[in-house]
Design a protein around this ligand. Structure first.
Ligand SMILES: Cc1cc2nc3c(=O)[nH]c(=O)nc-3n(C[C@H](O)[C@H](O)[C@H](O)COP(=O)(O)OP(=O)(O)OC[C@H]3O[C@@H](n4cnc5c(N)ncnc54)[C@H](O)[C@@H]3O)c2cc1C
Length: 374
């Protein structure tokens, strides 16, 4: 039987990043996904790389470090690895919203994050096809923000890991982990068991259900999110834009990617596909108000994803309580954080070097039970 140092379960952006980092560190890696890598939440994400609305400061710093990890990874992989620079723009409507935005820009800038106010004219210089209302005199600009073609990066990470000997298997559902005392001994598949020295669980929104049989309670909720993809507009959009009631960015296929927080819940309760069409039409109507070229595009696709949402909204990354050789990562903002968390946990598992940055984000803060009997 082939020997593995680490088995990574789940190949979204988080697991694929860990597979890459572990293979890079010299480990013999087994990488398993129930479906196609990137086919889960990571393939249905807005994928804005940012640390803009991430509080408290420790979580903001983790996300900012995640953005740095993305830039390093993109340079390391070379060619098109899906990373799109350009920053992001935001403006608000209403006194409360404007006050919140001003306070946020001030707070971010005081932490050294690239956040500033630019004139309306300069914002239009950056995005000539944007219809910023006349009364908006200044726009917030976050120069270091980016967006990611997540499926592309996942493909590149796994190809690079495969070239270093990682054994990557799609359509390989792990039904359970077989454990004895405080050790996980094998990942149990449909008709086979896979043995490794260590296990890393990166199953995104399936985390809680996956860990349940081990009698480990780590509260990771499932929060639906909805996006619409349009055909290619006559005028291009170059970066992420947050306008009142709508956020939009270029999609990897050349169209626009549209979302709005209130439409998420509408779409989640929508039921039949016709209702999803209504949610998409609403997004398109809102987009056309700030990006007039959107009046002549069509919705060509919709994406309904499920966010893995830790109970306190913050990353959970570390050893699974009660187990000596099994680790987990579950996080919102996983597209921003995937490469950083994958690298930090690969360092911990393969090299035995824990990161001080992860101290506030360990699973123990939720743990209520220990290991299952073997
Ligand atoms: C609409 C929307 C907008 C978002 N916007 C942003 C954003 O702008 N910026 C940002 O950073 N984040 C954003 N997020 C959140 C982000 O997309 C997620 O945090 C991230 O994709 C989670 O990645 P993951 O690898 O943990 O999970 P996933 O991508 O879901 O990957 C988990 C994988 O595990 C596999 N799996 C599950 N169970 C098993 C099993 N039993 N055996 C084997 N494999 C299994 C699945 O097939 C899947 O491929 C958004 C999410 C949504 C839905």
């Amino acid at each position: 039987m082939k020997q593995y140092d680490v088995a990574v379960i789940g190949l979204g952006i988080v697991g694929a990043s860990a597979v890459y980092a572990a293979a890079w560190a010299g480990a013999r890696v087994l990488a398993l996904d129930a479906g196609a890598p990137g086919g889960g939440t990571s393939g249905a994400s807005f994928a804005w790389l940012n640390a803009v609305r991430k509080e408290p400061e420790t979580y903001h710093r983790l996300n900012a470090a995640g953005m740095t990890a993305h830039r390093e990874l993109s340079r390391e992989l070379g060619g098109d690895a899906g990373h799109h620079d350009g920053g992001s723009l935001e403006w608000a409507e209403g006194a409360d919203e404007d006050r919140e935005l001003r306070e946020r820009v001030r707070r971010l800038a005081s932490r050294g994050y690239p956040a500033e106010w630019i004139t309306r004219a300069r914002a239009i210089g950056l995005e000539p096809s944007l219809a910023i209302p006349d009364h908006v005199r200044e726009v917030a600009f976050y120069a270091a923000d980016a967006w990611l073609d997540a499926p592309r990066l996942i493909g590149r990470l796994l190809a690079a890991a495969g070239a270093r000997g990682a054994d990557i298997r799609e359509g390989a559902t792990v039904r359970s982990l077989r454990s004895r005392g405080s050790r996980v001994e094998a990942a149990v598949g449909d008709d086979t068991e896979m043995v490794a020295q260590s296990f890393l669980v990166c199953v995104g929104p399936a985390t809680q259900a996956f860990l349940d049989p081990l009698r480990v309670v780590i509260p990771v909720g499932r929060v639906p999110g909805f996006l619409a993809v349009t055909s290619r507009p006559a005028q291009p959009l170059h970066r992420v834009v947050h306008a009142p009631g709508i956020h939009l960015r270029p999609d990897a296929g050349g169209g626009l990617l549209l979302g709005a927080e209130d439409v998420d819940s509408l779409a989640a309760s929508a039921g039949p596909p016709a209702a999803l069409g209504e949610a998409a039409a609403l997004l398109l109507e809102r987009a056309a108000r700030v990006f007039p070229s959107a009046r002549r595009v069509k919705v060509v696709d919709t994406r309904l994803g499920v966010r893995p949402m830790p109970a306190d909204h913050h990353t959970i990354a570390g050893r699974i309580p009660g187990f000596a050789n099994a680790w987990m990562i579950a996080t919102h903002s996983g597209v921003t954080l995937g490469p950083l968390l994958g690298r930090l946990l690969a360092d911990e598992i393969v090299r035995g070097v824990p990161s001080s940055m992860l101290v506030p984000f360990r699973p123990e803060r939720f743990a209520t039970a220990g290991a299952a009997a073997g």
